[in-house]
Design a protein around this ligand. Structure first.
Ligand code: AMP
Length: 554
């Protein structure tokens, strides 16, 4: 059985290695030695910073508050001291390590913590719900802290808060599995694309080698990463690059992947979260109008009087856990389907043209369920006309698609190009904020924004205080309240969990922020609840947009 201490040692050594190749080699050597399937599965997931695959309905539901309380209970150190330490270290993992190191009671005959034991406790925590569950979670977590060594406490804390920060991205996990079991990276990646679970892929690779991976297929009710789009420089360039060109409206909504098989519908968001329960009217419409045994790709939009409502309304529906039927009335939704990846069998290798034929054969269109109209044309004037129509109808622009291309899950490529009406916005992590003044002192009034470096560190680029309606600020205050890590006067530090899309007038070079850049006149566009923190924009993109300003391309 794998000791959690061994896993923590691995993490510590990975933190000290900066070379990707060395990291990969170190992980490959470690996982190649693991004999037990469950230990291998858990190690892969934990290294990726997850307790459950991102699409799983299961979650620990542990916020900062529970961590503070569990640390207090397990060490006897009071909350103020814990907060001071966090302020000093600026990192919860390191703080937990020090706190556990200082702990007042040490038991001599401490049982060794194993990866399996952690899994058991995590499963128990994720099964808890309802009254008393927070308390029980706190107790279970404090028991874990009691059996932790300081270094284990560092990684336990980071793991439950989904902040491993080991610089172990999907590419490294893929290559480490490939190397550990002697299989080409492409084969490992393909298996991942269709299962979305590197833990499962690693166990299959260990037990059945290359053939087992080649046999892994898309399965209904397990989401597949979605194909993504690249920015088109211009219509002319797209026409030049793509021979067989299909033009569709770029709908201003949010992505969904709809699975309908075995009498059941599952709907996943762009982040592959299961949002089925929030969309009952769509589920029942699909059951009556869609052929069974399919996986469809499309966009959900909110509509009122035939016009799309702002995209936040759709996300409001997605987030809803209670009072769903009232929301069905208040925010009516519809879906535009534009692709299909499963039709009784995986069809991602068929060209888009063929997938679309199958899509048309599978969906009986209604007011609520539509198939996105597609225009096959390479005439720039005609494309411009379609673009104007889309924008006039309240949508974002157009998508230019290569009709000969395969569906490549999770990849941003030249086969789907997006052409938007507005200037490129930035998706930034909200890392801090400020309370308002006077009458508004109970509302947050501004938010600090950061981009990411290649290791996932957050680098500040500015502060946004405009573009919010009163309703936005009320909602955001409630949303961010549980994420408060520290407060000093009016200033707040958040646990990084949410992403804002912001527009700005200009990007400037500035020594004021650690990123070296500052946004001039940033304006809030929307909460990108469909994006995880890891998907926020990078410093590289900020630098590129900065450079592009001088080329007149923005
Ligand atoms: P962006 O989020 O700006 O990278 O743009 C890509 C997104 O546009 C996709 O993930 C979809 O959610 C959305 N989208 C809207 N209409 C379409 C369409 N017709 N085809 C593909 N994606 C679309």
């Amino acid at each position: 059985m794998l000791a959690f201490a061994e896993f923590a040692d691995l993490c510590e050594s990975l933190e000290q290695i900066s070379s990707t190749l060395e990291k990969t080699a170190r992980i490959a050597a470690f996982i190649g030695e693991i004999e037990d399937d469950d230990d291998l599965y858990n190690t892969i997931l934990f290294l990726s910073g997850r307790v459950y695959p991102e699409w799983s309905e299961r979650d620990l539901g542990i916020g900062i508050g529970i961590v503070y309380e569990a640390l207090r209970i397990s060490t006897g150190i009071d909350r103020r001291e814990i907060e001071n330490l966090i302020r000093e270290k600026g990192d919860l993992g390191l703080s937990a390590e020090e706190i556990v190191g200082k702990k007042k009671q040490t038991s001599l005959f401490q049982e060794e913590l194993t990866v399996k034991k952690l899994r058991e406790v995590f499963d128990e925590i994720s099964n808890l719900s309802g009254e008393g569950s927070q308390k029980r979670k706190t107790i279970l977590l404090s028991e874990l802290y009691i059996s932790c060594t300081p270094i284990e406490a560092r990684y336990l804390t980071r793991l439950i808060l989904k902040e491993m920060r080991l610089g172990v991205g999907e590419g490294i996990v893929r290559d480490a599995i490939a190397r550990a079991f002697g299989i080409e990276s492409e084969v490992v990646e393909r298996a991942y694309m269709v299962t979305n679970d590197y833990g499962k892929v690693a166990v299959s690779a260990k037990n059945g080698g290359r053939d087992a991976l080649l046999n892994m297929k898309i399965t209904p009710h397990i989401p597949v990463k979605m194909m993504l789009a690249q920015v088109a420089e211009s219509i002319e360039e797209a026409v030049e690059d793509i021979d067989n060109l299909g033009v569709e409206w770029k709908f201003d909504g949010t992505r969904v992947q709809v699975h309908y098989a075995n009498g059941k519908v599952s709907i996943f968001s762009r982040r592959l979260e299961n949002v089925t329960n929030a969309l009952p009217e769509i589920v029942s419409e699909i059951k009556s109008r869609v052929k069974e045994g399919v996986i469809l790709d499309g966009e959900v939009i909110a509509v009122r009087d035939g016009k799309p409502m702002p995209f936040q309304h759709v996300l409001r529906r997605f987030r809803r856990k209670h009072g769903i039927s009232a929301m069905v009335e208040k925010i009516p939704l519809m879906v535009y389907f534009y692709d299909m990846i499963y039709d009784g069998e995986e069809i991602i290798d068929l060209p888009l043209e063929k997938r679309r034929e199958r899509l048309i054969n599978s969906v009986g269109e209604t007011e609520m369920l539509r198939i996105a109209k597609q225009y096959v044309t390479r005439d720039p004037d005609e494309i411009r006309k379609i673009f104007d129509e889309a924008v006039n109808a309240g949508h974002e622009g157009v998508m230019l698609k290569n009709l000969d291309s395969k569906y490549i899950p999770g990849k941003r490529g030249k086969n789907w190009l997006k052409l938007k009406a507005t200037m490129e916005t930035l998706d930034l992590v909200v890392v801090g904020g400020e309370w308002g003044e006077g009458k508004r002192s109970n509302l947050m009034s501004s938010f600090e924004l950061a981009c990411l470096d290649e290791y996932g560190n957050m680098l500040k680029v500015g502060k946004v205080a405009t573009g919010f309606t009163d309703e936005d600020l009320e909602e955001l205050t409630e949303l961010f309240r549980p994420e408060i890590e520290l407060q000093e006067g009016k200033r707040i530090v958040f646990h990084p969990r949410y992403v804002f899309e912001v527009a700005y007038q200009e990007i400037q070079k500035s020594p004021k922020y650690e990123s070296g850049y500052a946004l001039r006149f940033p304006r809030f566009i929307r909460l990108r609840d469909d994006k995880s923190v890891e998907e926020a924009d990078t410093i590289e993109r900020v630098a590129r947009l900065y450079e592009m300003q001088f080329k007149g391309k923005v």
